[in-house]
Design a protein around this ligand. Sequence first.
Ligand code: ZN
Length: 226
Amino acid sequence: MTPPSAPPITSGKVVVLDPGHNGGNASHPAEINRKVPAGRGQTKPCNTTGTATNAGYPEHEFTWDVAQRVGKALAGKGIRVVYTRQNDSGVGPCVDRRAAIGNEADADAVVSIHADGSTAAGANGFHVAYSSPPLNAAQGEPSTRLAQVVRDTLRTGGFSTSNYIGGNGLSARSDLGGLNLSTRPAVLVECGNMRNAAEAARMTSAEGRQQYASAIAAAIEAYLAS
Ligand SMILES: [Zn+2]
């Protein structure tokens, strides 16, 4: 008789996935330009439209699809997944609300998924942003460790670190509202540069998005198990 296997160490953990932007943002400028608290005494627009590939494949669609794929992988490991938005056709939510969703869920990890749009020649690669200087305990060691694990796992998955922002795939940021307002371990992954031809091709293909998602899911599992 085979003994019943123990549940995975990550079972029962809560992960909040935050797909950047939203499909309805561009057509609702008044709503998304409304200023909201962004931490450190700053205010910022509620949300932004995000970027796109040169061929017009939008960031919000990329982040939505990758987040769904990450969520499926995590749910299969017994992890409870909460999304900051429920479709790709709505408006917002605002960055302060996105942070609140992670806080209210008591998330063990919060991962925001984005892609960049740099027009600098040759700019490519991913980077992982975290709040710095930290505003609470969760933004200290837990968030920087989460950032390092995501960086390491993406690199192992065959993705190269950014050659134009941050250092060694990491970026300490004081200006990102969603990270500033988080009281849970939180990072923001810029998966790559949508204006770079090779990265745009990868992001536009379902196979490429699955590669991003598999690496991000593996990173979250590794972080939760550590
Ligand atoms: Zn973005």
